[in-house]
Design a binder for this molecule. Sequence first.
Ligand code: F6R
Length: 255
Amino acid sequence: MPTEVDTGRVVADIVTASMSSPSCVLGLATGSSPLTAYRELARRHRHEGLSFAGVRAFLLDEYVGLPPDHPESYAQVIRREFVDHVDLDPAQVHVPDGAADDVLAEARRYDEAIAAAGPVTVQILGIGVNGHLGFNEPGSSLASRTRIKTLTAETRRDNARFFGGVEDDVPHHVITQGLATIGQAQHLVLAASGGHKAAAIAAAVEGPVSSSCPASVFQLHPHVTVVVDEEAAADLQRADYYRYVATHKLPQQGY
Ligand code: F6R
């Protein structure tokens, strides 16, 4: 895709198509990467009658220790960036409770809730510059379930931008869906833009399957769409082939 706005449109197309299923369950990510898609979906809701009525949604992750009304808790971020702008029932938008007294039990409960409601129809994802998926940092088991993870110093530095640039304010721990939990979704859709994501995208798509690049677990999933702008695609060895594939798809292939 030439630009970030184009990547958002493609992700929005995939989500829109998935909502024709009566039991649609959306997997939502936070962070910057899905924002253009969320804006495009909100526009379609406002102007084209796209409805999220009856849709259930599960977030990928949540910080541990932030009160749920903290503006940077992912419960608040997803409400502000997406849910408030569409007709998705807020009671059907599930987020792990990072302020629970027993966060270990909460992580298990959340994993079970996804399994009971699922499978997730489309899981929207971003990727960390270190290849993390959800907050499964490098070294995460490819078979992991929802659990507590400790953020790397690099991720806390990256996310300080959401906390007024104050790294010390970024929590050290998160509850994140595990890589195996994420992998149960029927369709994984990853959006990435910008040159700072190029190495992670190349490692995830073309590198070895390894916990050193958690997103490489993609390669074991039957249906993954990686939607990148030109800068994020810059390190892909087979980019010419991927472009050729995209422009020569059979209509029935879809994304
Ligand atoms: C967010 C999440 C993370 C982000 C990743 C990229 O819910 O799980 O994996 O997708 O850190 O963040 P951005 O999109 O801000 O570059």
